[in-house]
Each structure stands twice: as C-alpha cells, then as structure tokens.
Design a protein around this ligand. Structure first.
Ligand code: PHE
Length: 450
C-alpha cells in the first residue's frame, strides 16, 4: 500500500463520522425527490418497496462501502486499486471508483440547480410572497421560476460557489458544525409541518396514499425507481460514503454508525411525505405533479400558519444546508483523487471539478424551459441524467461494491472490520447473494425502460 494513506486526515470522533455521513445522506433526496417519486409512482406500494430496498440492499452495502473506505484510507479510486492489489484481484476493480466519480459529477450538476430553486424560495418566503396564497399563485410562482433560465443560473452558480468554498477548505472543518445544527433543525421543522398536516382535512387521505399499498400501481419501472432512490437517498454506490469511511478511526463500530445514518435518513424522508401529501389532498392537487411538488404545495401550508413567512424561509434555509452537506459528499471523491494523484491543491481541485458540474448543470436548467421538448429516449436532459445516475450508475456501483467487499476481500478481514459477531453471516448472505441478485432482477425487469 502506498504511503498516501498516511497523508489522510481522520474524524475526531464517531459522532463526527455520523454527522458527516448523515449530512451526505439527508438532502434534497429526502425532502424534494422522495415525495415526488412517491406521488408519481402511486404511493404506499412504492414506499414499501423503498423500505425493503433500504433494509435488504442499502444498509448492507453502506456497511460494505464504509468498510472498504476504512481499509483503503484513500480516495475511492485508489482505495479500490490498492484493495484489489492486496487481495490479488483484477486491477480493473479501480474502475468502480471512476464510475463513482462520474456519477457524482452528473448528480451534482442537477442537484445544484434544484438546490438553487430552494435558495430562490428562501427569498420568496422572506419577502412574504407566500402569505395567504392560493394554489394558482404557488403554481404560477413555480412556473415563472422554471421559465426563467437566467434567474436559475444565478442561483445554480451561487450554490455551486458555496459548495466549492466549503470543499476547498477540507472536509471536516465546518461540515461538522453545519450538520450538527442542520439536522436537529430540519427535524423540528418537519415535525412542525407534520403537526400542521395532521390538522388538515386531507390528512387521512394523505396518510392512506403514503402507507396503504396498492400493488396494482407497481410496475417494473417503479420498482427500479424505488431501488434507485434507496441508493440515492442513502448516498451509496458512488464512493461518497467510502471517502467518509476512509477518515473513520479504527475503533468505531461501522455497523452501529451506518444503521443510525440509514434510520435517520429514512425517518426524514417519511416525515417529509407526511408533511406534504395531506396538503396535496386538502387542496385537491395532483400527487404526481413531478419535481415541482414541494415548491407548489408547502408554500400553501406556510401561507396558513402564524408567522408563515418566517417558518417558510427558515425551512428553505434548512433545505439549503441539507443540500450543501450532500453536495460536498458528491464532489469529494473527485477532489480527493485530484489532490492525491495529481498533486493539485484542494482549492484548485474543487474549482476544476466544480466547473465541470456547473457547466453540465446548464443542460438541466434549460430542460425546464428552452429544451423542455428536446428529448433523448423519451426523457429531457434532466430526466435522462437523473435516470442514468440514480437508476443505473448507483445500483451498478452498489452491486460491484457488494461483490468486491464480500467475495474479493478476505472473510477474515471483513469479519474483523465489521465486528458483527454472529450476525456477520447475515451481512455476508445479503451482500454476496441477496443484494446482487435483487439488483440484477430489478434491472432485467426494467429492461426496455430506456
Ligand atoms: N443522499 C443525498 C440526498 O438524499 C444525495 C447524494 C447522493 C449524496 C449520492 C451523496 C451521494 O439528497
């Protein structure tokens, strides 16, 4: 193993790792994406498949990825290369790391545009625009934002700039503090919205939509989307958690930390769903309206609350923080590799990587206006990038990580790293057989979707 691993920093504690990993997991995926995917894919049955994917595929792979990171103690590309060498396996395994860098770039490119929307909404809320609004107002406001590529570009640039500023300073500084405040804040805010939702007339209908499975609505494609969302939301399959694992001190329990992160991530997504669907039904809106869902519904709730502008702007500020702690994780594998292998300073590496993402993001923001009718395989630019990353690249990365960690890495080593005791067998069965086979089945059922 090269001496690069000794250049590597470490988290100060178990809590620091948990905070960073939860920061990576909890983001737009939970609050923006999960609800609209549930809405588009028919509700309860989708939620159930999602939960199954988190438990049977997500958590074991999260443990695997963290373990590989800690053993390799380098950027994902170098970690995969040196662990493959250590195990006497094919050097081609390093391409799993490259796959992750590619997926991270592509995801961040659109992630930044959507995070830009939430920044725009901080200002709209604070300006009191949303006080006592009607559904037509919120729909119009969102349509106007989607139509304005220049305004979206400003916010997209601002968000990417903020990400790069933090990443260039190094991962642990700042990140820990932001997450420590952001997470409890977000939880409190979601609970406030849930209490509000519980008092609306659409509450029963919203809860039934979310939790009563109607398997008739489940298609091969929606199962693929549920699985892709599990990877996306947990932040798996692209090396983020591997990088964070590489900073993890040896004595920390991987299984307990990852279980906590997965539970927190799932809780936040469900709380977001509980906040949104009752409002959707109270105002007779369509649950399947797509990416605008939270932007068109939540302002209605804020408009009815006392101090709605304040609560609303605080909420979008928290979403901004949740997004930025995820965007850091998306770009970190590339930045870590550039500074390790190319000797480029962190600020420069962040700038290079960030510029590529920024440029790609322009395609996404145009897909909501000028390019909205330009499609490839029936999808516009944003939809295509989203589909290729969440539904193809992340599960592919996940399958490879599972196979590598359970078949290539020696049992003796993984057993020692994971410290699962007798439960180790479960992990082994899940990563050796259940996860790869399930992913392969879902892939093959969804063939023809592209
Ligand atoms: N998990 C993040 C979210 O839910 C997004 C993300 C995906 C972060 C992949 C890191 C890696 O918003």
């Amino acid at each position: 193993m090269t001496d690069k691993r000794f250049l590597h920093g470490q988290w100060s504690s178990r809590l620091a790792f948990i905070l960073a990993a939860s920061g990576s997991a909890i983001g737009l995926g939970n609050i923006w994406k999960f609800p609209y995917l549930v809405g588009e894919n028919g509700g309860g049955a989708f939620v159930l498949v999602y939960l199954l994917c988190v438990i049977a595929i997500g958590i074991p792979i999260m443990m695997a990825e963290t373990m590989l990171g800690r053993r390799g103690r380098q950027s994902p590309i170098n970690t995969m290369a040196s662990l493959a060498e250590e195990a006497g396996a094919n050097p081609l395994w390093r391409y799993v790391g490259w796959l992750g860098v590619l997926a991270g770039f592509l995801i961040l490119s659109y992630y930044s545009v959507i995070a830009g929307w939430s920044m725009a909404y901080i200002v709209k809320m604070a300006g009191g625009f949303m006080d006592r609004v009607s559904t037509t107002d919120t729909q119009q406001t969102f349509l106007d934002l989607k139509a304005a590529s220049d305004i979206q570009l400003v916010w997209h640039t601002a968000f990417m700039g903020a990400t790069l500023l933090i990443v260039s300073k190094g991962v642990s500084q700042g990140l820990e503090r932001v997450t420590r405040i952001m997470m409890p804040g977000l939880l409190v805010m979601l609970l406030v919205l849930d209490v509000y939702a519980a008092g609306t007339e659409g509450f029963g209908q919203g809860m039934a939509f979310l939790f009563k499975p109607d398997f008739g609505k489940l298609t091969g494609e929606s199962v693929l989307i549920a699985m892709g969302q599990a990877f996306f939301s947990l932040g798996l399959g692209m090396g983020s958690i591997m990088v964070y694992g590489s900073y993890l001190p040896d004595h920390v329990s991987i299984s307990r930390s990852t279980a906590f992160v997965a539970a927190a991530d799932t809780l936040v997504a469900l709380l977001a769903g509980i906040a949104i669907f009752p409002v959707v039904f109270s105002y007779q809106l369509a649950p399947g309206m797509g990416p605008g869902l939270i932007f068109e519904t939540l302002p209605l709730a804020f408009g009815q609350m006392p101090a709605g502008s304040l609560v609303g702007s605080l909420f979008f500020i928290l979403i901004f923080f949740a997004a930025i702690t995820s965007s850091i994780a998306l770009i970190e594998p590339a930045v870590a590799w550039l500074s390790e292998n190319r000797g480029i300073s962190r600020p420069k590496a962040s700038l290079y990587a960030g510029s590529i993402c920024w440029f790609l993001g322009i395609g996404t923001l145009l897909s909501f206006n000028a390019w909205s009718n330009t499609t490839w395989f029936g999808r516009n630019f944003f939809e295509l990038v989203d589909f290729v990353t969440a539904d193809i690249l992340l599960p592919t990365g996940g399958i490879l990580v599972a196979i590598f960690a359970s078949w290539v890495v020696k049992t003796r080593d993984s057993e020692r790293e994971l410290e699962l005791g007798p439960r180790y067998v479960w992990w082994q069965v899940l990563t050796r057989f259940v996860a790869p086979i399930a992913i392969a089945i879902v892939f093959s059922h969804a063939m023809g979707v592209l």
